[in-house]
Ligand binder design. Structure first.
Ligand SMILES: *Cc1c(COP(=O)(O)O)cnc(C)c1O
Length: 359
């Protein structure tokens, strides 16, 4: 089989070392003679595993002690609803900064549960983020929500929105643990696991303690931050296998040098690809340079037929899942933590050859 590099946006590739580790102990976990999938989530070994997983995750992201880390179900979309139910109960109003598909979808879902004001932070007609100073108005809202990495368009926001002392909430589904951040600047950070943390089925919520305990009473217990926090995220049976795989990813990242090292590698990978795109006559990336995502690199030949040919030929060469999202077309290379630089190099080599052949 030719070497495969998987550029899927999500569920995305996982570190090979993690999959091999899981494979090796699949049938006999912790010398129990069973797999991790078949044991009680309240058993000693499982509890030890999740305790260590949280410790490792906290270490990776330098999470301050006054934050809880919840491991929930329902994906990021579940959190789109959980957020207003848990947080929008004092002023009854939330501010959503929209920069693309996911932030807009989050705003729409939230509007079923609270009053929502939306501000489009993209400059008109461009994939470029404008001024992010909301400190004058943020106090009117229970929280200000944004999406620092728009997975579909490949727009990343590196500067923190200024919100004064208001609560800042971020959907980091596609860039969590990809670069260093100061967690203390956020009220809530959440992420579905299937891009940069592990497999689908588990969702991480980092929430500042003083924001816990304000949920409206009809909030489902599985999404009530107070209930889940008091129950170690186990008010019901958690997705045990996904949790286990995340624990292996965290350990692997620490062994690799942590988030600081990931950031360095992610910058190198993205730089290689954007530099190539910029000198090419065939491919175009239309995101403003300061908002180019380190995780999702979008490009197009501006010709649908040629794009389709590109995707088909790349797939045949082992470069998988490069087709862009259906709302945008073109191509997208998702290069999360697990993508080695060799994958980016192989992609560039293919792109160069394709360009020569199709000019
Ligand atoms: C993938 C993604 C989502 C949706 O995640 P689900 O876990 O499928 O609900 C939301 N936000 C962002 C930024 C994403 O990349």
């Amino acid at each position: 089989m030719t070497q495969v590099f998987n550029f899927s946006a999500g569920p995305a590739m996982m570190p090979k070392a993690v999959l091999e580790h899981a494979q090796q102990e699949l049938l006999n976990w912790q010398n129990q003679g069973t797999s991790v999938m078949e044991v009680s989530h309240r058993g000693k070994y499982f509890m030890e595993m999740i305790t260590q997983a949280e410790k490792d995750f906290r270490q990776l992201y330098h999470i301050p002690d006054n934050y809880k880390v919840l491991f929930l179900q329902g994906g990021a979309r579940g959190q789109f609803a959980a957020l207003p139910m848990n947080l929008a109960n004092n002023k009854g109003k939330a501010l959503y900064l929209t920069s693309g598909h996911w932030s807009a979808t989050a705003a729409k879902e939230a509007s079923s549960f609270t009053e929502v004001d939306e501000v489009n932070i993209l400059l008109e007609g461009k994939l470029e983020v404008g001024e992010l100073d909301f400190s004058q108005i943020a106090a009117e809202y229970d929280y200000v929500h944004y999406c620092p990495n728009e997975t579909i368009s490949g727009v990343e926001i590196f500067d923190l929105p200024k919100v004064g002392s208001a609560v800042l909430v971020a959907d980091m589904s596609s860039n969590i643990l990809s670069r260093e951040i100061d967690v203390s600047k956020f009220g809530v950070i959440y992420a579905g696991a299937q891009k940069n943390l592990g497999p689908a089925g588990i969702t991480i919520v980092i929430v500042r303690e003083d924001l816990i305990g304000q949920a409206r009473k009809e909030t489902p217990s599985i999404w009530n931050y107070e209930v889940q926090s008091k129950n170690d995220s186990m008010i019901n049976t958690p997705p045990t296998f996904a949790w286990y795989l995340c624990s292996l990813v965290f350990k692997h990242l620490l062994e690799q040098g942590g988030v600081q090292e990931m950031e360095k590698r992610n910058q190198q990978k993205a730089q290689l690809l954007y530099d190539f795109l910029d000198q090419s006559a065939l491919y175009h990336n239309v995101v403003a340079p300061q908002n180019r995502s380190l995780m999702n690199v979008t490009f197009t030949t501006n010709n649908d037929e040629l794009n389709a040919k590109f995707v088909a030929e790349a797939t045949a060469c082992g470069l998988q899942a490069l087709k862009g999202h259906k709302v945008l077309g073109g191509m997208r290379a998702s290069i999360y933590n697990a993508m080695p630089i060799e994958g980016v190099q192989a992609l560039i080599e293919f792109m160069r050859k394709f360009e020569t052949e199709n000019n």
